[in-house]
Write a protein that binds this ligand. Structure first.
Ligand code: C2E
Ligand code: MG
Ligand code: MG
Length: 410
């Protein structure tokens, strides 16, 4: 529905008024703090100068002062409106002659009454726009972030780190999970929690996934050659995709083309989707298309959402990754293990392997082993690391001494 006098909508004037109010508010909120201070100061000074040049308070009504007062109210709220209204009251009162030529001062009752009007109107404005400020501020913050992400993608500020996934059965690291990072030029290193939600709200999540897929496949293909040269089994790379990516009708085609571009066999690519994405319409079809390519599919963060068993039945997943919130509750006490044991049995009965996510200490690893998880992942085994550090960690003959020791202890 448009705003301009359509059935059930406010009339054209009201609609236009609301539009103008909204855009003015957006413009004022979008102005930076320093920019807003410059606007307020210069319009206070400008108002004083114009009235002085016009000949004094008797020659011109001081309505110009409402501009900085209303702006301060919209941009900063009631306290700023009060301060600016008082400054305007003084500028338009004791500091402005009634008649500049004759240097006659104003009657205090007159300028005090005017200051009262300034304060009243400023407070009214702040009160009226206050409730709209929060959503508009949020919207502007999101738009700014969106712009920064787009710029970051264009400037190559995003990169991947990789966290090895440990096989409890054969003491190896057959998979590394690609995790996106952002080296923000001002805010520094940012993890996905700082930008994925914004990227998911707009189409940028598709560009991010394209980047991650491409870079992870390129890297995996390079590692594959390296592993071959050392006569070792190449490791697979796991890529996280967002639920929003499942809306892309050509997702499977994009993945296939990326594999072809980097000459990577599909079995060396794993794709992880969170449990919550499975509830989306069309996700079963999309995942089946991906599965047809020959890649491995994993359900990520299982145990945080609805943990619906019917989802598991509908999706052609190979692996179930049990969320670290559940792993954190594991202790040698049998009662703490019941849920995890149930999930492992369920996954196994459906032909899926299981990963214990977020293993942070030796006790959790021991319990995970006793419960017969197939794989484990977590800081205790290895933190996410730069691509350049992965071969040294995974190619046994190149293991640095402290990592060899750690592996011996597992
Ligand atoms: P995830 O896919 O479950 O990835 C594991 C997250 O847990 C990573 O956080 C990893 O650094 C962290 N982690 C691993 N071991 C431990 C541990 O022992 N303790 C604790 N406390 N944390 C551990 P990160 O990199 O911040 O990623 C968070 C989430 O962001 C990921 O969860 C994934 O859902 C999403 N994500 C990361 N990279 C991408 C990406 O390229 N694309 C998409 N769509 N999502 C991504
Ligand atoms: Mg994951
Ligand atoms: Mg996870």
């Amino acid at each position: 529905m448009g705003w301009f006098g359509q059935p059930g909508n406010p009339g054209i004037n009201e609609g236009l008024g609301r539009y103008l109010a909204h855009s003015t508010l957006r413009a004022s909120v979008a102005t930076s703090r320093w920019g807003a201070l410059v606007i307020i100061t210069s319009s206070l000074a400008g108002s004083w100068l114009v009235i002085f040049m016009a000949g004094g308070a008797d020659s011109m009504v001081p309505h110009l002062y409402y501009v900085p007062i209303l702006f301060a109210a919209a941009r900063f709220g009631p306290v700023a409106a009060l301060v600016v209204a008082c400054i305007a009251g003084i500028l338009a009162g004791p500091l402005t002659y009634v008649d500049v030529a004759q240097a006659t001062t104003q009657d205090p009752a007159r300028w005090l009454t005017r200051t009262g009007y300034f304060i009243g109107i400023g407070q009214l404005m702040a009160w009226l726009v206050g409730p709209s400020l929060i959503p508009i501020t949020e919207e502007i913050r999101r738009l700014r972030k969106e712009r920064e992400i787009r710029k970051g993608l264009a400037n190559g500020e995003f990169f991947l780190q990789y966290q090895p996934v440990y096989s409890l059965a054969d003491d190896s690291y057959p998979v590394v999970e690609a995790l996106i990072r952002w080296q923000h030029p001002v805010q520094g290193h940012q993890s996905p929690a700082g930008f994925m939600a914004t990227a998911e709200e707009c189409h940028l999540i598709h560009e991010i996934t394209d980047f991650v897929l491409d870079e992870a496949c390129r890297q995996a293909s390079q590692w594959r050659k390296l592993a071959w040269a050392r006569n070792q089994t190449p490791w697979a790379v796991a890529v996280n995709i967002s639920g929003r990516n499942l809306e892309l009708p050509d997702l499977a085609t994009r993945v296939r083309k990326t594999l072809e571009r980097h000459d990577l066999p599909p079995e060396l690519l794993h794709i992880e989707v969170t449990e919550s994405a499975l509830a989306l319409e069309n996700s079963a079809f999309q995942l089946r298309q991906l599965k047809k390519l020959g890649i491995c599919l994993a359900i990520d963060d299982f145990g945080t959402g609805y943990s619906s068993l019917s989802y598991l039945n509908r999706f052609p997943a190979d692996t179930l990754k049990i969320d670290r919130s559940l792993i954190a509750t594991l202790s040698p006490d049998k009662s703490s293990q019941a849920l995890a044991r149930g999930m492992i049995l369920l996954a196994r009965s459906m032909g899926m392997t299981t990963v214990a996510e977020g293993i942070e200490n030796g006790t959790q690893l021991k319990v995970g082993r006793a419960l017969e998880f197939d794989y484990a992942q977590g800081y205790h085994l290895s933190r996410p690391m730069d691509a350049g550090d992965i071969p040294a960690f995974l190619l046994a003959d190149e293991l640095p001494p402290e990592q060899s020791e750690k592996r011996d202890r597992l």
